[in-house]
Ligand binder design. Structure first.
Ligand SMILES: Nc1ncnc2c1ncn2[C@@H]1O[C@H](COP(=O)(O)OP(=O)(O)OP(=O)(O)O)[C@@H](O)[C@H]1O
Ligand SMILES: [Mg+2]
Length: 293
């Protein structure tokens, strides 16, 4: 579907820059929640990590509000996955702070992240193919009866409840998940995350392997989660998907944030200019990776 752009490894490091033209006041995202002075659900501030000589993430700051979808865009190797892996506890950062609901968070491993309600859905989904949806939802966290046996009835009832909310058309509770469509499998993975009280969902390329119909199904799921107040970081190569779903986008290039913008304030072409050239349009708030005007 969405062809991956070629790896971008430009040698020239974009200079720290002022906006190309007069931009709106810098610093604060322009979503309704921010306008109300709400506290971000997540704030990653000045995050850096290097692998050997490669500055995979270079003083990047991003934030996310409850019920908001924030798209992370950028070429291959821009640092998107590495940045969110720091949030999910998969990588330790070299520099910077993470705040959850305004409080500094200590995230050193995936278990810490889960304790803050952060769940990640990887493209591979990591489902157990040969068992049904309910078994997948409770994998490793099975409900038991007071006699210590698996409480299949309770697990299926809860599975039906959470799946019913996410994907009301889902009926295939008795089938192994290997038999489900890509979109249905995605809803099982999302249900598993929210069953355990995810407030912050990270989706890394959720639609990369899906056809148009299934992509539409995932879009519906994302809208449901938004309505429930869950904040979502959505990483995608597909600028169209991101534009349809995200309230705001952050663009990364060479590990740096080029800028951020509410999707209503910029065009797709302008965002492409941010991705490819590092050029911030007037509707965007430039970051440290923005090209000099
Ligand atoms: N574990 C690692 N060891 C060494 N280098 C790494 C590691 N993970 C990422 N990198 C490097 O860090 C940079 C950022 O990679 P990252 O995977 O975060 O990019 P991305 O924006 O997610 O790209 P893609 O769109 O291809 O998924 C790249 O130069 C990559 O090669
Ligand atoms: Mg990636």
């Amino acid at each position: 579907m969405n062809a991956k752009p070629a790896r971008t490894r430009t040698a020239g490091k974009p200079a720290t820059a002022a906006p190309a033209r007069k931009a709106k006041p810098t610093g604060q995202p322009k979503v309704a929640a921010a306008a109300n002075g709400a506290t971000p659900l997540v704030e990653m501030r000045d995050i850096s990590i290097a692998f050997g000589g490669v500055r995979a993430v270079d003083h990047a700051s991003v934030d996310l509000y409850p019920g908001e979808v924030v798209g992370l865009l950028g070429h291959n190797g821009a640092g998107k996955s590495t940045l969110i892996k720091i949030l999910s506890g998969a990588y330790p950062r070299d520099h910077g702070q993470i705040y959850i609901n305004g409080q500094e968070a200590q995230i050193a491993n995936p278990r810490d992240a889960k304790a803050y309600g952060i769940e990640t859905i990887y493209q591979t989904l990591a489902l157990a193919d040969n068992v049904d949806a309910a078994a997948n939802l409770f994998l490793g966290r099975e409900l038991r009866t007071r006699w210590g046996t698996l409480d299949d009835v309770a697990m299926e009832a809860q599975a039906r409840k959470v799946m019913g909310r996410l994907n009301p058309n889902f009926r295939r509770f008795k089938d192994p998940v290997v038999a489900l469509s890509g979109g249905q499998r995605q809803s099982v993975a999302i249900a598993r995350a929210i069953l355990f009280n995810a407030r912050i969902l990270i989706m890394d390329e959720p639609t990369a392997a899906l056809g148009p119909q299934e992509t539409a199904q995932v879009a519906e799921l994302i809208k449901q989660l938004k309505a429930d107040g869950i904040g979502i970081f959505l990483i995608s190569h597909d600028i169209h998907d991101v534009f349809d779903l995200a309230d705001r986008v952050f663009v990364m290039k060479n590990g740096q944030v080029v800028g951020q913008a509410p999707t209503v304030a910029v065009t797709k072409d302008e965002v492409l200019g941010m991705i490819i050239l590092g050029k911030c349009p007037p509707g965007a708030i430039p970051g440290p990776g923005a090209m000099a005007a």
